[in-house]
Design a protein around this ligand. Structure first.
Ligand SMILES: Cc1cc2nc3c(=O)[nH]c(=O)nc-3n(C[C@H](O)[C@H](O)[C@H](O)COP(=O)(O)O)c2cc1C
Length: 188
């Protein structure tokens, strides 16, 4: 935990400019509990395809940047789209890199929370379940609760604030849960 507060790294699983999931991270920035800072990480497209053979060679710059950003964060907040019922390949690929070396990667013991949005009614719920599973297997401390935001185009105002009171409350509650999980780890 830094001197200035608790540092959360926000990662959107979409590479798309104007991504709803990127906007959902902005919505999260309005709901942060006191003392939490949210820093967006946008290097997903610079992470090369994972190759087990390449692990023996020099660490690719995009991977070094990913690992550094995760290592320096007290906790992680992912906002994932759903692609064909799962998480986008670029997000999975980055997590595969971050999970290595097995048992000792930067995700080990890292508190993490997952939210997600889609324009369908289910709000990327499957993708959030899958992302939680992947993060857990990679050793992260993953919150049980998620935040599926369905029909997302109708849910965000022009400043990317969530319009729906229950969703705002759900997001706030999830962020409080993440803060509590980070504090638990800090005092363990
Ligand atoms: C390859 C692909 C697969 C998709 N599969 C699903 C899906 O399984 N379920 C769903 O609700 N939406 C699906 N969608 C729609 C995405 O939820 C929608 O494009 C969403 O806006 C993407 O998130 P973003 O705005 O953060 O980029 C898919 C979109 C793409 C491009």
């Amino acid at each position: 935990m830094g001197a200035t507060g608790v540092r959360i790294l926000g990662i959107a699983g979409s590479l798309r400019e104007g991504s709803f999931n990127g906007r959902l991270l902005t919505a999260a920035s309005y709901e942060l509990p006191r003392g939490l800072e949210l820093h967006r990480w946008g290097g997903l497209s610079l992470v090369p395809p994972f190759d087990e053979d390449a692990e023996a060679g020099p660490e690719p710059a995009g991977v070094a940047e990913l690992r550094r950003a995760i290592a320096e964060a007290d906790g992680l907040l992912f906002a994932t789209p759903e692609y064909n019922g799962s998480i986008p390949g670029q997000l999975k690929n980055a997590l595969d890199w971050a999970s290595r070396p097995y048992g000792a990667g930067v995700l080990t013991g890292k508190p993490a929370a997952v939210i997600g949005a889609s324009n369908g009614v289910h709000g990327a719920a499957w993708a959030q379940d899958e992302l939680r599973k992947v993060l857990k297997l990679a050793g992260a401390e993953v919150l049980d609760s998620t935040l599926p935001v369905g029909r997302v185009a109708r849910q965000l105002d022009e400043d990317d604030r969530l319009l729906d009171h229950d969703l705002r409350r759900g997001l706030s509650s999830l962020l409080h849960g993440l803060r509590d999980r980070i504090r638990l780890g800090a005092f363990a």
